[in-house]
Design a protein around this ligand. Structure first.
Ligand SMILES: Nc1ncnc2c1ncn2[C@@H]1O[C@H](COP(=O)(O)OP(=O)(O)OP(=O)(O)O)[C@@H](O)[C@H]1O
Ligand SMILES: [Mg+2]
Length: 250
């Protein structure tokens, strides 16, 4: 069974960056097969990993709703979509990636999530690790895709407001009775003036922090991928040190 790591956190805290760093670490440590899932409708995980997404679940659904005659007979629509999704998984160098995207036609984003939920059980069997990058906010928590997570990684900036938001995410996750085994807090762009008691108040297990890293800033300014970071870059080094708790298998 694969280990599912799901990202959560307020907008712009560094979820996508951290997800990409995790994928890179798992790949380079040769810990096993890894599937990256971009579950943010405004997807950019593929770009962070230096690949172009070829097909999204959203596009597949659009295609089916525009051309229902393409549905083969003798198979339910659901099975067909699940098969298409399986086909949409891109095999890249050292990791696979699935982009959920957003349907353009009528129908809502929750349908994309229903589809993903339908294939999650199989995906968990197929991979050693699944890293899900989520959109900002709390909404994805109430969709059940995140419920497959073994580990919820809440990313926060070092401010009081940011940590309060991490606390809220944790409270909602508890309320929804997730079967998540671990809920961690990662403070990104660490600042030594951070109020330690605010970290405690989140009631999340404190994993540690990543520094503000000019190399990461440069990557996004230049549209480069996480694999172009030098191995000794601060943020990558920091994550490597913390990461055992993320990728260790029980
Ligand atoms: N440790 C860091 N040092 C420097 N820049 C960082 C760091 N972490 C993230 N960034 C930059 O901050 C911006 C936002 O990061 P990222 O896209 O990972 O956040 P996010 O939480 O995924 O945002 P969103 O909520 O929009 O999905 C990016 O330009 C990224 O390169
Ligand atoms: Mg993001």
């Amino acid at each position: 069974m694969g280990k599912v790591i799901a990202m959560a956190g307020k907008g712009g805290t560094g979820k996508t960056t951290t997800a990409a760093l995790i994928v890179r670490c798992i790949k380079e440590k040769k810990l096993g097969s890894v599937l990256a899932i971009d579950a943010d409708p405004n997807s950019n995980l593929a770009q962070s990993l230096g690949v172009t997404s070829e097909a999204t679940i959203g596009e597949i659904l659009d295609n089916i709703s525009v051309n229902p005659q393409n549905l083969p007979s003798g198979i339910t629509k659901e099975r067909f979509i699940q098969h298409q999704v399986q086909m949409a998984i891109q095999e890249e160098d050292g990791f696979d990636i699935l982009t959920m995207g957003k349907p353009e036609g009528p129908g809502c984003y929750c349908y994309v999530n229903n589809v993903l939920r339908g294939v999650m059980t199989k995906l968990i069997k197929d991979y050693d690790y699944i890293v899900i990058d989520n959109e900002a906010g709390l909404e994805h928590l109430s969709r059940r895709t995140t419920r497959f997570a073994d580990l919820l990684l809440v990313v926060s900036d070092p401010t009081g407001v940011g940590l309060k938001s991490a606390q809220r995410i944790n409270e909602l996750a508890k309320e929804l009775k997730f079967e998540v085994k671990k809920r961690f807090l990662l403070v990104n762009r660490f600042n030594k003036n951070i109020q330690k008691e605010k970290i405690k108040e989140t009631s999340l297990d404190y994993l540690g922090s990543l520094p503000q890293d000019p190399e990461i800033e440069n990557l996004s300014l230049q549209g480069k991928s996480i694999f172009e970071l030098e191995p000794n870059t601060q943020a990558l080094t920091a994550l490597n040190l913390l990461g055992d708790q993320l990728w260790k298998r029980n």
